[in-house]
Design a protein around this ligand. Sequence first.
Ligand code: COA
Length: 177
Amino acid sequence: MLKGESVKLAPLKREYIKNFLEWLNDPEITQYLDMYRPLTRDMEEEWFDNLKTKENTIIFSILLTENKGNEKLIGNCGIDDINWKDRVGHCGVFIGDKKNQGKGYGAEALRLLVDYGFNTLNLNRIELIVYDFNIQAMKCYEKVGFIEEGRKRQATFKNGKYHDVIFMSILLKEWKI
Ligand SMILES: CC(C)(COP(=O)(O)OP(=O)(O)OC[C@H]1O[C@@H](n2cnc3c(N)ncnc32)[C@H](O)[C@@H]1OP(=O)(O)O)[C@@H](O)C(=O)NCCC(=O)NCCS
């Protein structure tokens, strides 16, 4: 369990699948993700079951802990595609509970995740991708210390238009140890 001021990162539970299904079938959320097909319960259960065999993927739930004794699931985050030789991981975060977006919880969760990546997994570089129209996410990532290092022009089609895919990363030497 990784504890912050308002959120903590905790193991996933099977009972969270119903929340993930609701969030990951919501176009307001999926426009920002590499997802566009309907997600079925079977698909989500298979993903959940396969996680235990995936050595290069680590996923946490994000729980809001502000109301003591009443923890609330608000999203998830994780590091995948971990390359243990180059010490690189790819991270992702989403706050599916829309009422709780824009309150700093995404940045707090990402700080906990990045700290875990550097100080527990011994990574040297953590990277992510974000679409050019996802200003809220970019602001969140910049707050945590990620910098833009390049973009693929018109590499994704979302909401009827082509958009650039932006690459961001943070290095161990840029993180407060
Ligand atoms: C992206 C996401 C994880 C960020 O988490 P969050 O808790 O909402 O973000 P935070 O509150 O920590 O930070 C967001 C920043 O963007 C700002 N912001 C919020 N809405 C904004 C908007 N419409 N336009 C510009 N900036 C905005 C906030 O003010 C905040 O910056 P500040 O602290 O300097 O004021 C979350 O919004 C989310 O899950 N969105 C949907 C899915 C998604 O985009 N996932 C990421 C895919 S790359």
